[in-house]
Design a protein around this ligand. Structure first.
Ligand code: DQA
Length: 151
């Protein structure tokens, strides 16, 4: 894929299953930062940059697919997504992202390549503009700065 200059104005952040438990869930792997902390930080950056940011978390694959499909009609021009466990299983969520044609960055808090072999396979990475894995909550901020073209 060729490098594209992104300057997004309407950004959607999607958090997959179990990420509502961040802060409490295996903190030695995922850190102590909560999902609210992450969303608050991203909202503050977006406000300062005067762009619209929406965040969505679900433990339900169908709801995640519906929210991605909605991006086709609500002028979303960039998606930051941590598909969580669905990274390694969900062709359906991948297909939804492909259908929207909206550029996206795939995020993982942990380095999925330094973990179990079943986490090394992602159904999303080849469609993504880029992948950030292993930088903890900071990965979301870096993805947002990329989307804002603040490099
Ligand atoms: C994760 C990594 C996945 O393998 C795991 O299933 C998750 C979180 C991460 O952010 O490191 O739920 O996507």
């Amino acid at each position: 894929m060729t490098f594209r200059n992104i300057s997004a104005k309407n950004i959607l952040v999607i958090h997959g299953p179990n990420l509502n438990l961040l802060g409490k869930r295996e903190p030695e792997i995922y850190g102590k930062t909560t999902l609210d902390d992450i969303n608050r930080k991203l909202s503050a950056i977006s406000r300062a940059a005067e762009v619209k940011l929406d965040t969505f978390q679900s433990n339900n694959e169908g709801e995640l697919i519906n929210r991605v499909q909605q991006a086709m009609d609500d002028e979303t021009d960039f998606i930051i997504i941590n598909p969580a466990g669905l990274t390694h299983t969900s062709i359906a969520l991948r297909d939804a992202l492909a259908a929207t044609g909206v550029p996206f960055i795939e995020i993982h808090l942990s380095n999925i390549y330094a973990r179990e072999v079943f986490r090394h396979k992602s159904y999303f990475s080849d469609l993504a503009i880029g992948v950030i894995s292993g930088l903890g909550a900071k990965g979301y901020e870096l993805a947002l700065l990329f989307a804002l073209n603040d490099r």
